[in-house]
Design a protein around this ligand. Structure first.
Ligand code: PXG
Length: 467
């Protein structure tokens, strides 16, 4: 394809001069220059220098149907011509929002039959926070307002969503969390499980919820929120004992359960929703990303009959966004869901691609730099370690070796991210077997090179236990 853009160096200079990047050390990036992606097809990105890069992260965990689907472009164009925008506020509605709400109600588990539309995952979680507090208030229990979350959870970047998240680095910047959020520990057996079996550890971590509810008082707790599998926290797969126990505790103490499905939803774990993979039926699901495969921004809160009955049955719920149910986004989401279903993508993930990738992914655990290798559906992680048997952390600053490996992946034209010293993948759900083979070969090569570099730089020292 003919390139008709400025030279890479000029684009990088303009980017550094004018573009503020999310979650980025701007000065460091300005020195190095951003990698500029110009187009994409399937699982392959092309950068401004013509490199072909395998996108092992589906953009940002979102391009579930892969890049370059004409039908999605068509759906957007058609809707823009027909009705580019109308709001859903003042007793009006439109066909894309109605059709999508019905479609999501059919797909969602249990009695999650009602949809509040948002613009992203963050503002979906803001909606959820306001909705659960309003729910209890409408039932005459306004003091039932605390939401319990987990350290190292990611629920978004707005003041509300970042407070719901348990990322201490985010809380440090700008006076977070907001009042009324409490935290328990995450179910990360590899790093925090000590001598316990994974199953015992899963139960113990779930029971921290019960202890926290009792500490605060069940009459003050509105809800618990969690990602079925933590994504941005490093793809932490909880032990099988964890989620059923969390659900039991929520039910027993009259606490609403919010499953943040922003990453796990729409096929990522081999089912439509991560909640189904984890065997739970939440009261609210947060959706975004894969809802439109990232082709256009959209978020949704899918809620139970009971919550909708209370919210819609009392005075006006004073909440909403201009773009709640945006017709173009809704039209793209509908077409995206059609593709996921009619192309059999979710089923293929569960029955073919995930089992094929799992065998090769778990074999990476034999690599000298790798401790555990975990994968559910098409979201996987590996823990890097200087000492497998001891499940040790590195003596070097957390993320040093992870960053080295990520840089090797970049150099080998594979997007595989690091979160601290965990490497993570989440490729488009349409990845073929041949592409899985390429992903694994490049990951292995990058780990070999990362290992060699870590050894050469004296980084294979384990931290002492109390470090
Ligand atoms: N919930 C979860 C579980 C997420 O993963 C959000 C909410 C917020 O969605 P929006 O659409 O507001 O970004 C997310 C987003 C990373 C990374 O570094 C992950 C996300 C966003 C940005 C970076 O892995 N997830």
């Amino acid at each position: 394809m003919r390139e008709n853009h400025l030279p890479t160096a000029e684009l990088q200079a303009l980017d550094a001069a004018h573009h503020m990047h999310p979650f980025t050390d701007g000065a460091a990036l300005a020195k190095k220059g951003a990698r500029i992606i110009t187009r994409a097809k399937g699982v392959w990105l092309t950068d401004s220098d013509g490199h072909e890069i395998l996108d092992g992260m589906a953009g940002l965990w979102c391009v579930n149907v892969g890049y370059g689907r004409e039908e999605l472009a068509e759906a957007a164009a058609k809707q823009m011509r027909e009705l580019a925008f109308y709001n859903t506020f003042f007793q009006t509605s439109h066909i894309p929002a109605i059709t999508l709400a019905k479609r999501l109600a059919d797909l969602a588990p249990g009695d999650l039959n009602h949809v509040f539309f948002n613009g992203s995952g963050s503002d979906s979680n803001d909606t959820n926070l306001r909705m659960v507090r309003r729910y209890w208030q409408a039932l005459g229990k306004p003091e039932k307002s605390v939401v319990i979350s987990r350290w190292n959870a990611y629920h978004g970047s707005t003041m509300g969503a970042a407070s719901l998240g348990g990322m201490k680095g985010m809380h440090k910047q700008g006076g977070l969390p907001i009042p009324g959020i409490a935290y328990i520990n995450q179910p990360d057996w590899w790093s925090e499980g000590g001598e316990m079996s994974p199953e015992d550890f899963g139960l113990a971590r779930a029971r921290e919820l019960e202890a926290k509810i009792l500490e605060i008082g069940a009459d003050k707790v509105a809800a618990f929120i969690g990602e079925p599998i933590q994504g941005a926290g490093g793809v932490i797969v909880p032990p099988a004992s964890y989620w059923p126990e969390i659900q039991r505790i929520c039910r027993e103490h009259g606490i609403l359960l919010i499953a943040d499905e922003v990453i796990c939803g729409f096929g990522r774990t081999g089912n439509w929703f991560g909640s189904q993979t984890m065997g739970i039926t939440p009261d609210i699901m947060t959706c975004a990303k894969g809802l439109t495969s990232g082709y256009i921004p959209m978020g949704a809160s899918i809620v139970s009959d009971e919550i909708a009955r209370v919210i819609d049955g009392s005075e006006e719920f004073a909440h909403g966004y201009t773009y709640s149910g945006h017709p173009v986004a809704a039209a793209v989401a509908l077409e995206n869901l059609r593709i996921l279903e009619e192309d059999g993508i979710v089923t293929r993930v569960r029955e073919e691609t995930a089992p094929y990738l799992k065998t090769q992914w778990e074999a990476l655990a034999e690599h000298p730099l790798v401790g555990e290798a975990k994968i559910v559906g098409l979201m996987g992680s590996i823990a890097l370690t200087p000492d497998k048997a001891a499940r040790a952390k590195f003596a070097a600053k957390e993320g040093t070796v992870g960053y080295i490996c990520r840089e090797r992946c970049f150099a080998n034209n594979l997007i595989m991210r690091h979160v601290g010293d965990r490497m993570i993948i989440s490729p488009p759900l349409t990845i073929s077997r041949e592409e899985v083979d390429i992903l694994i070969a490049r990951a292995r090569k990058s780990l070999d090179e990362g290992y060699a570099q870590a050894k050469a730089e004296g980084l294979m020292e384990a931290a002492t236990a109390d470090a």
